[in-house]
Design a protein around this ligand. Structure first.
Ligand code: 6MZ
Length: 336
């Protein structure tokens, strides 16, 4: 994947991962376990990942999540997936991880949204007990496809777990197919979450047609932005959107490979990382869906460095600055 000396530098670099969807982060090895548990589904690994050199439309990416969800529909599956994903991030040199996932209920297996969240929390605690050198927090995700009522249920669940999970549930994510639904319908729900002390990371302007929505949601303001691909004027966004982001100093979670493979960005060199990084704005390199897009955080840092000619010193600073953007309690230490 990476050449040896440089590869070792990026793997050893202590890193912070802030944008990782649980079911998008499932590795090949874990996928094989899941497939063998459910052979009757006849799912091949090629249906759950987008390999090297391949690209898909965002719409096709969302079909891939549907396939993965068929494979992850019991508490046992969720425990497997969450513990494996946490271990893999730890092995990749991630010291602080915020996982996000959409609570799902599955009538056939008895999985409820509550037991879904409890199982992810159990996985985080198990990994802690194993002594893994990684601090993990959890954001409950609202899938925009599911509408306002479900979004409100998710906020209520997040509030409940924020109080009962020993600080492991720290916030909410708004994600899902960006072409479905409108953020204005979710404003009151998101406002309520914010008032309760839940942190908000919102996918904004992942596709070009969302300017009005981004403008509205930026008024909350969110605590972090996922992607923000089409916010700036060079790609059809606007200076006033950029000004709102800058004024509130809202960090961006940037996922290079995901955006290139999902065809919302034409090439690595055209990635909007460049625009925001040159402004000196907090820009956090993340994986998005390391399983689906066949990557890891070390590789994403290396890609950013080679594409934008970042020195090792600059890469180090980039990973250090991510600490200021976490939703968990202050980290007492500088990463080392
Ligand atoms: C928007 C995305 C996404 O929640 O089942 N998700 N939402 N844009 C993206 N860019 C590629 N990648 C993943 O993980 C899978 C879910 O995360 C969201 C989608 O809602 C997807 O169904 P969980 O753990």
């Amino acid at each position: 994947m990476m050449d040896n000396e440089a590869g070792a530098f990026y793997r050893k670099l202590p890193k912070v991962e802030l944008h990782a969807h649980l079911n998008g982060s499932v590795s090949v090895q874990t996928m094989e376990k899941l497939i063998s548990r459910k052979p009757h589904l006849n799912i091949k690994h090629s249906m759950t990942a987008i390999g090297k050199g391949q690209r898909r439309t965002l719409d096709e990416c969302f079909q891939v999540f549907k396939v993965i969800h068929q494979l992850v529909d019991t508490e046992e599956d969720i425990l497997t997936v969450a513990t494996d994903v946490i271990r893999e991030f730890a092995a990749d040199g991630v010291k602080y991880l915020e996982l996000r996932s959409t609570p799902r209920e599955e009538k056939n297996t008895g999985l409820t949204k509550k037991s879904y969240v409890e199982t992810v929390i159990k996985a985080i605690q198990q990994c802690k007990n194993e002594g893994l050198d990684i601090d993990v927090r959890f954001l409950l995700a609202i899938d925009r496809r599911n509408g306002t009522e479900v979004a409100m249920e998710t906020v209520e669940l997040a509030e409940e777990f924020m109080l009962s999970s020993d600080g492991l549930v720290v916030g909410l994510d708004l994600s899902g197919d960006p072409t479905v639904g409108h953020g204005k319908d979710l404003l009151p729900v998101l406002q309520r979450a914010k008032n309760c002390g839940l942190k908000l990371s919102l996918h904004l302007s992942e596709v070009p047609s969302q300017l009005e929505e981004s403008d509205l949601l930026l008024n909350l303001p969110p605590d972090r932005i996922g992607h923000g691909t089409f916010l700036h004027p060079e790609v059809g966004g606007s200076q006033s959107l950029v000004d709102k982001v800058l004024k509130n100093n809202i960090p961006l979670e940037l996922c290079l490979t995901s955006n290139v493979k999902g065809k919302t960005v034409p090439s690595y060199s055209k990635h909007h990382f460049k625009y925001w990084y040159q402004l000196g704005h907090p820009s956090v390199i993340c994986t998005d869906d390391k399983g689906v897009f066949c990557t890891d955080l070390s590789q994403e840092y290396q890609l950013a460095a080679t594409t934008f000619s970042l020195s090792r010193e600059a890469v180090w600073q980039l990973s250090q600055q991510a600490i200021d953007c976490i939703f968990g309690p202050e980290m007492p230490l500088v990463l080392q």
